[in-house]
Design a protein around this ligand. Structure first.
Ligand SMILES: [Zn+2]
Length: 217
């Protein structure tokens, strides 16, 4: 049995996405300070911030930031705490592929987006498959590098599920490369990380890659 499932993006309409992001951090700027900062940037590019179309833009930008960067207020490891022991002796790895995500690069605060593919070899307990998709969303909803995102997903699974191995492949397009900078439209960046069995067994690693690339995509 190959537990390959269809795209499983935790949609942006999740109730938790609208959760208030107010915290008691005394160093955190207020919402009106954040809106004022957006106004400064708009003026910097040469805009007239009092024209009709831009009146509400600072507020909208800050609200968009609250949504896009909600991951700072979510805990990825907590997602994986609930596991299931009834696996009927299933002893192969579990693969969830084509987990679509959008994140933002920490160097330019521009989107990068693509797909994550996650496999793990459970010891005797498994986690709900949608949790792996949500795990990607939690880490993607922060400023990231693709390398760091890959490592954080692996580390959270390692730490909470303590599996026999984890394999993660992330492929993404970086808009800071496609719409600015070198302007390369179709370049995609691949990052991988293998632990345990996936690191030590080249055949298992090859099977993972074949299944990720396999039919049915
Ligand atoms: Zn960038």
């Amino acid at each position: 049995m190959d537990a390959v499932i269809k795209p499983l993006r935790a949609a942006g309409s999740d109730a938790e996405n609208t959760t208030s992001t107010t915290t008691s951090d005394p160093n955190r700027p207020s919402r009106s300070e954040a809106e004022a900062a957006v106004k400064v940037l708009l003026k910097y590019i040469g805009e007239n911030t009092s024209r009709e179309g831009l009146i509400d833009t600072p507020r909208r930008v800050v609200e968009a930031y609250d949504e896009l960067f909600r991951g700072y207020h979510q805990n990825g490891e907590e997602l994986l705490e609930r596991t299931f022991g009834e696996t009927a002796g299933y002893d192969d790895f579990v693969l969830v592929r084509d987990i679509g995500f959008t994140s933002h690069c920490e160097h330019h605060v521009m989107p990068f987006y693509g797909n994550a593919h996650i496999a793990y070899a459970p010891v005797d307990r498994v986690v709900g498959l949608s949790k792996l998709a949500r795990l990607v969303d939690v880490f993607a909803s922060r400023l990231q590098t693709q390398e760091h995102l890959t490592a954080q997903v692996v580390n959270a699974i390692e730490k909470t599920l303590k599996p026999r191995g984890v394999a993660v492949l992330i492929e993404a397009e970086h808009t800071c490369m496609s719409v600015r900078g070198v302007g390369k439209q179709d370049a995609s960046t691949l990052t991988t990380r293998f632990t345990g069995l996936f690191r030590d067994d080249p055949q298992l690693q090859a099977r993972f890659l074949t299944m990720v690339r396999g039919p049915g995509r």
